[in-house]
Design a protein. Structure first.
Length: 112
């Protein structure tokens, strides 16, 4: 269970970062457009976190099984972020903080 939460939270954070790189969603989340450097940083963070979640997933088992698992987790993460941006765009920062905490707790459980 903690493995699913770790992969899900990292993937969701990646999608939040990628959404933060889009001007439409910047206005929803931050009530303003970010600077060009901040936009590049958000985009880079999103594209770095996605392969990180893939590598963590692939290290946990057989490649074929874990790749399917990762794609399933990506689907749920994209759905969560899409729904949050549609219905609760001002709460996405709170969700990001929750996901960071969830990832930290999941790492702690996996290391014990």
């Amino acid at each position: 269970m903690s493995f699913f939460l770790l992969i899900g939270s990292i993937s969701s954070l990646a999608f939040i970062a990628l959404a933060s790189a889009m001007s439409k969603h910047q206005k929803q989340i931050f009530n303003r457009e970010l600077s060009l450097a901040q936009t590049y940083a958000a985009s880079s963070l999103g594209w770095i976190l996605l392969p990180v979640s893939l590598v963590i997933c692939l290290l946990a088992g057989k490649i074929s099984t874990m790749l399917s698992y990762w794609i399933g987790v990506l689907t749920f993460a994209a759905l969560l972020i899409g729904l949050m941006l549609s219905y609760y765009p001002n709460k996405i920062k709170v969700l990001a903080y929750l996901l960071i905490g969830l990832a930290a707790v999941s790492i702690g459980f996996l290391l014990v």
